[in-house]
Design a binder for this molecule. Structure first.
Ligand SMILES: [Zn+2]
Ligand SMILES: [Zn+2]
Length: 330
């Protein structure tokens, strides 16, 4: 099969994936083999390829928003040909203190798809049978793929931020995740305020019904109840914090930040404002979000790249050159 490989030696800013012929892997007893239909491209893939996240596997096939059909390892619950999704959370040990208290997203020994194990930038991929999510009808491959990380973790960010129906919510950055999250917020009758760089991201936010859209340096005109930041930038986190009412919460939806700049406690955090990170996701997040996505009909904007051009997809994410999501198709 064809697969994109990241050799350890080539990893650095600007590193490129190599497309190579490799054997189709065989599933272990707890796994299924998926014939990949599509794999969404996430900013985390870029952090892995450029080694903002430390290398854990050599070589590695990235990709953790996999839509595929069961091709081997089938069971009565997961029959051959069933269409399923795989996300970043590829497995947990089920026995660590975090798993036992129901916080499997914080597991001490997690499996991360496309990071600790090979992912979906390939014609076939393995996945743990208990970490695949059957996909609703009516969500085609290209539109389902970006929901599997950008969507699920975006949805978790709203939970971490404590969003209630009808609140004012700020989205700082407007890439793949925010463009899905805005649909969820609208279904909850929230007013959405978007600060983002790039005229085309601003236009997209306007066209998707944001109540207010400004540049990355502009502050929303009203105090926000909640905010979610998507850019890998600590300056953006502080900007979001400075937009909150007392008691408001900023959820940081980023696995990596450049740094957090020094900021003034008295004016920015005092008043029971909170700054929280969003780490991974649980299977319950995935189940709840995919059901909601079906019910409210989320169809994220997707730009397709053939597998051979996965490097171009990563470059486009890095340059913020895509509206909505990038999806690799083998
Ligand atoms: Zn991701
Ligand atoms: Zn665990």
């Amino acid at each position: 099969m064809k697969a994109a490989l990241l050799p350890r030696a080539s990893a650095a800013p600007g590193a490129r994936l190599l497309i190579e012929d490799v054997p189709v892997p065989s599933p272990a007893p707890d796994q299924v083999l998926l014939k990949v239909h599509a794999c969404g491209v996430c900013r985390t893939d870029l952090h892995i390829v450029e080694r903002d996240l430390p290398p854990l596997r050599d070589p590695l096939t990235p990709g953790h928003q996999i839509v595929g059909e069961i091709a081997a390892g089938a069971s009565p619950e997961l029959p051959l040909g069933l269409r399923v999704g795989v996300s970043w959370m590829g497995g947990v040990d089920g026995s660590c203190p975090y798993c036992r208290r129901g916080d499997e997203n914080l597991c001490d020994a997690p499996v991360f798809t496309g990071y600790t194990v090979n992912g979906g930038y390939a014609e076939y991929a393995l996945a743990r049978a208990d970490f695949v999510h059957p996909l609703p009808e009516g969500l085609d491959d290209l539109h389902a793929a970006p929901l599997l990380c950008a969507g699920i973790i975006g949805f978790r960010s709203l939970r971490v931020a404590g969003v209630q129906r009808g609140e004012r919510v700020g989205l700082f950055g407007f890439g793949a995740s925010a463009s899905v999250v805005i649909a969820v917020l609208q279904s909850w009758n929230c007013e959405v305020y978007v600060s983002t760089r790039g005229a085309s991201h601003q236009r997209l936010a306007e066209s998707l019904g944001a109540a207010w859209v400004g540049s990355e340096h502009e502050k929303p005109p009203v105090p926000l109840d909640r905010a979610v930041t998507f850019a890998p930038s600590g300056d953006v986190v502080v900007a979001a914090l400075s937009s909150l009412r007392k008691g408001g919460i900023v959820a940081i939806n980023a696995i990596h930040l450049d740094r957090i700049p020094q900021f003034d406690y008295d004016s920015l955090l005092w008043g029971e404002r909170q700054l929280r990170s969003v780490a991974n996701m649980t299977r319950a997040d995935a189940r709840d979000f995919l059901r909601l996505a079906r019910d409210i009909g989320i169809h994220p904007k997707a730009t397709v790249f053939p597998l051979d051009r996965c490097n171009d997809a990563l470059a486009a994410i890095k340059a913020d050159a895509i509206d909505g999501a990038a999806v690799v198709v083998p």
